[in-house]
Design a protein around this ligand. Structure first.
Ligand code: 5GP
Length: 181
């Protein structure tokens, strides 16, 4: 018999595009005030962080010498849960040794992805390593991971929009919304 997929749809708006914009500006100001040097390598985690990163860096002043790079990571699991096993699909192109690095991630849930990434990045000896996550499902944490800047703490709901997808869909939504079944 054919298996029926549940009918997932876009649910409640948790954060509107306007609210996100205000929070991103505050985060950018905070990051800029705490970066000690005049150079910052911003590393975005594909694909989910792309929209967040592009808004974040455009809120930073021209005087700060910003370079951008990207990593792509696959966490084994299904569309809504991560299994904890992580694999690098695309590494950064830059040498990060001696540089001030900011990792930009869409969401932290169990913490497994970010802690894995941080372990790899520390072995490369950056001068400093900070993390900025748009969303934090703090109550779901299984392993500690350093979050220096966080957009919003959210409860355990699956969210889409503003870069976050469900099975490749709904990344382009301007708001962050819950998914309903
Ligand atoms: P962690 O390793 O912290 O459990 O999971 C982080 C990754 O799980 C995120 O980068 C993201 O790909 C995925 N993830 C966790 N929660 C959500 C969610 O609510 N929505 C979406 N779209 N992805 C999520």
């Amino acid at each position: 018999m054919e298996r029926m997929e549940p009918d997932y749809r876009i649910g409640k708006v948790l954060f509107s595009g306007g609210e996100i914009g205000g929070r991103v500006k505050t985060l950018a100001d905070q990051i800029v005030s705490e970066v000690s040097g005049r150079d910052l390598l911003v590393v975005g985690i594909l694909n989910g962080a792309v929209i967040f990163l592009s808004d974040l860096v455009r809120r930073m002043p021209a005087e700060l010498n910003i370079k951008m790079d990207f990593m792509s990571i696959s966490s084994y699991g299904n569309a809504t849960t991560s299994s904890g096993a992580v694999r690098i699909l695309k590494d950064v192109n830059s040498d990060i040794e001696g540089r001030d690095v900011l990792i930009v991630e869409d969401i932290i849930d169990t913490g497994l992805t970010l802690s894995y990434l941080l372990n790899i990045m520390y072995t490369r000896k950056p001068a400093s390593l900070r993390t900025c996550v748009l969303l934090d499902k703090r109550e779901k944490r299984k392993v500690a991971a350093k979050v220096d800047y966080c957009g919003f703490v959210i409860p355990d709901v699956f969210v889409v929009g503003y870069g976050l997808d469900y099975g490749g869909k709904w990344r382009h939504l301007p708001d962050i919304c819950a998914v309903e079944c």
